[in-house]
Design a protein around this ligand. Structure first.
Ligand code: ATP
Ligand code: MG
Length: 571
């Protein structure tokens, strides 16, 4: 182990030993003096959508390694594709990385920053006889490429002279050809068992404006021709990517060796997959464009901004990433693991309040009309420093419809006619009469309270089995509360049958809106983004988009217990 491990661990104490296999490689490289002991990583998103929880895994890994080894981590946008990239995404991605608690080294970088360098490198390969301009159409190129079990055929343009290639490539750049008319290809091996080495495209002609370079270029480098060189130019030491790039590594190595430039080491790890969750940006975009969710930051989305709006904390996401670790084996992580992390963090930090989501009115017949007293309530039993607050108590209260049954089954300990329960931080109350409307719905419960039970016990030692929460009608705040469930009913969206529409698995009950919820008066000043535990109900966060002073909207972040685990046990 190195002695300077976790220089800044105090701000992210969640990084734990034993070391994952990537940190083991980094430590071995440092011990061997590779890259003069330097550690420089990068997080390279394509700005074609918002970041999701899978990206958080990559962010925690890359920035975490840089932090742990006194290294640097770049934020680099892979903006090689002019058509799909937007500045809106760039800004959102920067915000999400910062919110997760990380700061990139120096200025934000863009692949487009090195377009001139890549052009020079391409000329270098042409001059070395290692790249050529090809006139095959996309379709023909596909046919010449062969199959995985059958070699490809050389393009008829493969043996053009260096001079001709230089001339054509320059004319490609100058805009003399139409889209798709020519490509620049690396001259490697059309018989290679690795398809990525069968003369891959380096440049395509695309007469399209780019979000940063405008109309300066009409040829754009491919991802494969950009990525490795970009890592090299930035002096990256450990180029960490997901498993699907393993087969691209020989190509990146070929480019770097033939150019004779700094050679970062590529290391692949398994992507994060979560139950009941789709993560590809293409699919998330489909949900947004189709109006199936309320934008990228819909609290049901697995995006970082969606999770933030839902009430997730940066700590809980980092803890989650630390908990799942990094491996080389693809797997499916239970959504419950993510939920457990936010539950644990909010249990430690979220103030407790009382909120009644499905109110029934209770009238305490023996409590003086017009009288209000203040009851002391603990803000957070996990955190004595959080102190106490005073909440009003009076003749009229609300309790949750779930805490009352007119005809209870055996073993029901909450309120029913003739039964006595404890009101949390209040008194014992007993129900005498159920008032209903014409439709037969319960509208009010007539009860009495025991003034002697103020301390939560009766002086005669009488026992009650149930303790329920409540909100005094006096000062109660009306709010809307949005209850969420999984977006997809299918446990493993990767199992969607061939040809089936994955959207058929969208959960029609993923959002339930409760209006007229009653919250204790201390919530009058709740601000967007504030998080609370509603006692006995769950963790909730003030919505950052739709909540207004006087018209509060809350999102349920997570239930108090793992309701999924319970379901699974039942099943
Ligand atoms: P998507 O398929 O969701 O669009 P992507 O790989 O195309 O993802 P990029 O913007 O290219 O998205 O990703 C930036 C970085 O995040 C890459 O290094 C990529 O490997 C990593 N990444 C993307 N998705 C995941 C995931 N599910 N788990 C871990 N890392 C991921
Ligand atoms: Mg991508």
């Amino acid at each position: 182990m190195t002695s300077d491990h976790s220089a800044d661990a105090a701000s992210h104490p969640e990084v734990a030993k034993p070391l994952d296999f990537i940190r083991q490689i980094v430590e071995a490289d440092r011990a061997a003096g590779k890259h003069a002991g330097r550690v420089h990583t990068r997080f390279p998103p394509e700005p074609n959508g918002y970041l999701h929880i899978g990206h958080a895994k990559s962010i925690c890994l890359n920035f975490g390694i840089a932090r742990d080894y006194n290294g640097k981590c770049n934020l680099r946008f892979d903006d090689t594709n002019p058509e799909t990239e937007e500045t809106e995404y760039v800004e959102a991605i920067k915000e999400d990385v910062r919110w997760l608690g990380f700061q990139w080294d120096g200025e934000v970088k863009f692949a487009s920053d090195i377009f001139p360098t890549l052009y020079e490198y391409a000329i270098r390969l042409i001059k070395a006889g290692k790249a050529y301009v090809c006139d095959l159409t996309a379709e023909e190129t596909g046919a010449y490429r062969g199959k995985w079990n059958e070699p490809g055929r050389n393009s008829p343009y493969r043996d053009r002279s260096v001079e001709e290639n230089l001339d054509l490539f320059e004319r490609m750049k100058n805009g003399e050809f139409k889209n798709g008319e020519k490509t620049l290809r690396a001259k490697i091996d059309m018989a290679s068992p690795n398809m990525n080495l069968r003369d891959p495209a380096m440049y395509r002609i695309r007469h399209a404006a780019h979000h940063r370079t405008g109309n300066k270029w009409c040829i754009y480098p491919t991802y494969d021709w950009t990525h490795g060189q970009n890592d090299s130019v930035e002096g990256i030491t450990h180029s960490i990517c997901t498993l699907e790039f393993e087969q691209h590594r020989p190509l990146y190595d070929w480019c770097i060796e033939n150019l004779g430039i700094h050679h970062p080491q590529q290391i692949e790890f398994a992507r994060l997959n979560l139950t009941h969750t789709v993560m590809s940006k293409r699919r998330l975009l489909e949900l947004v464009r189709g109006g199936l969710v309320d934008g990228w930051d819909d609290p049901r989305m697995p995006t970082i901004c969606g999770l933030r709006r839902r009430g997730y904390t940066p700590e809980s996401l980092r803890n989650f990433c630390a908990r799942i670790g990094v491996t080389k084996a693809n797997s499916l992580t239970d959504l419950g693991v993510l939920e457990q992390e936010v539950r644990e963090h909010l249990n430690a930090v979220a103030p407790r309040v009382m909120a009644v989501l499905r109110p029934i009115k209770v009238v305490l017949e023996n409590y003086p009309a017009g009288q209000v007293e203040l009851r002391e309530a603990v803000n957070n039993p996990e955190d004595p420093a959080a102190g106490v607050r005073q909440i009003p108590f009076g003749r009229e209260l609300y309790i949750d419809a779930e805490d009352f049954m007119e005809h209870p089954p055996k073993g029901y300990f909450r309120l029913f006619p003739g039964n006595e329960v404890r009101l949390r931080y209040g008194y014992f109350i007993k129900c005498h009469e159920v008032v209903k409307n014409e439709a037969g719905e319960v509208t009010e419960l007539r009860c009495t309270y025991d003034p002697e039970s103020s301390g939560g016990q009766a002086p005669d030692g009488r026992k009650v089995k149930g303790t329920i929460h409540w909100v005094a009608a006096n000062g109660a705040i009306d709010a809307e509360v949005r209850m969420y469930d999984v977006l997809l009913t299918r446990e493993n969206p990767g199992d969607t049958p061939e040809g089936a529409d994955w959207k058929a698995d969208l959960n029609p009950h993923s959002l339930e809106v409760l209006r007229g919820c009653k919250l204790e008066s201390s919530l009058a000043d709740a601000r967007p983004g504030d998080r609370f535990q509603f006692e006995r109900t769950g963790y909730f966060c003030v919505d950052s988009k739709d909540s207004q002073p006087g018209q509060l909207v809350f999102n349920r972040t997570v239930t108090l217990k793992d309701s999924w685990a319970k379901e699974k046990k039942k099943a």
